[in-house]
Write a protein that binds this ligand. Structure first.
Ligand code: FUB
Length: 437
């Protein structure tokens, strides 16, 4: 435990700011989002390239970080909350710290995680306890008796009980004892009435308006979509309802998710290999909004780059994380393919090509200037949606590399607006970001 304490003291909290994916500078997967102390806390797997077998193209995780945010845009990394070397029952070189969860009960925080045991094969599930959501977490001496599998999820239900769910040859669930560590009865199989062989991992259970939702990844052609079933009680029986999110077109094998309600809005946290398009075991957490139909069923969620949250106009407004884009002669690409965490730019390849970025906050006082980070040669309009113009700008030619230029606005904008850049004349324009002062 000493190491965890030292890390917690020495590591400065790092503030990160992004759209989708929400965490930069490291890979994050299997997100569970919870609301503690008025903030959203994100507990995720931490994908790395194996330090011992870099050629082995498989999942590799040695620790967990916790992240928190008050606006879902700016995230604080609280550093390592648990390392594989500190789990008494775990293999210190197992690199198998897969999808976790964390819940609060009676003022204590219980962090559930799978790990490879010291002896034997496969996975067991353990719990580590803390007095604060960012730890330090103290792992129990032994893994949870009777639980073999991955992807633990815990529901503290409105009936006053806590339930543990996990995946291992199907989905199981059991009531937890008051101590939140032992099972209070034999596990129940949850998937008996659910459709066939695509169900493998990642169950996330939540309660809303007296209904219980069993949401989970569903494998088709080696790629996971997200689907769900509903029940009237925490351990089912669950009835299949349908799809939450389609599988990704670029064949990132896994998706893994959680639901959380924050300030009256429901969100889906999930992952995608945005920063690692050629290796789908290095993933990154994304967030999009979720809506429910009046009968409690879930509206299907379309994954976005824009994600959630409001972006200040003082920026940078990274328009490559767009809300909408013209369908011809446009694309996004990495600024530096050897440093993916530097992010992307958007290419607008002909007059008429545009990109739209929603929910930019111009504040109470209209800005006087716009700054572009761009390359290319074009005349470009800055618009508020389709209607109002903030100006049309002849950008000085920048064909050799990225350039920043600040120009006076001719229109005014205050409050929350949707921003659109449209090429009016010229061959092409690449935009990294814009900002307003
Ligand atoms: O991150 C490792 C595994 O990939 C998780 O446990 C699964 O849910 C899948 O996302």
């Amino acid at each position: 435990m000493k190491k965890i304490l030292v890390l917690a003291v020495l590591l400065p909290a790092v503030t990160l700011s992004a759209q989708n994916p929400v965490i930069r500078g490291q890979f994050t997967a299997d997100p569970t989002a919870r609301v503690f102390e008025g903030k959203v806390w994100l507990y995720a797997s931490h994908d790395i390239i194996s330090p011992v077998e870099p050629e082995r193209k498989w999942f590799c995780m040695e620790d967990y970080h916790a992240f928190s945010s008050e606006d879902l845009v700016h995230w604080t990394d609280h550093g390592v909350i648990l390392d594989q070397k500190d789990v008494p029952w775990g293999n210190p070189e197992g690199y198998s710290m897969w999808a976790p969860d964390c819940v609060e009960r009676n003022g204590r925080y219980y962090f559930y995680f799978p790990d490879a045991p010291k002896a034997g094969r496969g996975f067991a599930v353990g719990v580590a306890v803390a007095d604060r959501p960012d730890g330090p977490f103290t792992p129990a001496e032994n893994s949870i008796e009777g639980v073999f599998g991955i992807d633990p999820c815990v529901l503290v239900a409105s009936d006053g009980n806590a339930y543990l769910y996990w995946s291992g040859m199907g989905f199981s669930g059991a009531k937890l004892k008051e101590n939140m560590v032992g099972l209070d009865g034999p596990p129940v199989r949850l998937d008996a009435a659910l459709p066939g062989p695509g169900l493998k991992e990642g169950p996330f259970i939540f309660e809303r308006d007296g209904k219980f939702y069993l949401t989970y990844p569903w494998v088709q052609d080696r790629t996971e979509s997200l689907v769900y079933a509903m029940a009237d009680s925490p351990l089912g029986p669950f009835e299949y309802k349908g799809k939450i999110m389609e599988k990704s077109p670029n064949e990132c094998w896994t998706n893994h998710h959680s639901f959380v309600e924050y300030k009256g809005q429901w969100y889906l946290f999930y992952h995608h290999n945005d920063y690692s398009p050629d290796f789908d075991k290095n993933r990154s957490v994304r967030i999009d909004k979720v809506r429910f139909n009046p009968d409690g069923t879930i509206e299907q969620v379309t994954p976005t780059y824009r994600g959630v949250g409001v972006t200040p106009a003082s920026g940078p407004v990274q328009v490559d994380r767009y809300s909408g884009i013209y369908h011809v002669a446009t694309y996004i690409d990495f600024l530096n393919p050897s440093k993916p965490f530097d992010g992307w730019y958007v290419h607008l390849g002909r007059p008429g090509a545009w990109v739209r970025y929603d929910e930019v906050d111009f504040g109470a006082t209209a800005p006087a200037t716009v700054t572009f980070r761009y390359r290319g040669c074009a005349k470009v309009s800055v618009l508020l949606s389709d209607e109002e113009s903030l100006g049309m700008f002849e950008l000085p030619a920048a064909k050799a590399g990225w350039k920043e230029v600040t120009l006076p606005l001719t229109g005014t904008a205050t409050g929350l607006r949707n921003l659109k850049l449209r090429v009016e004349e010229g061959a092409w324009l690449d935009v990294d970001w814009v900002s307003f002062e």
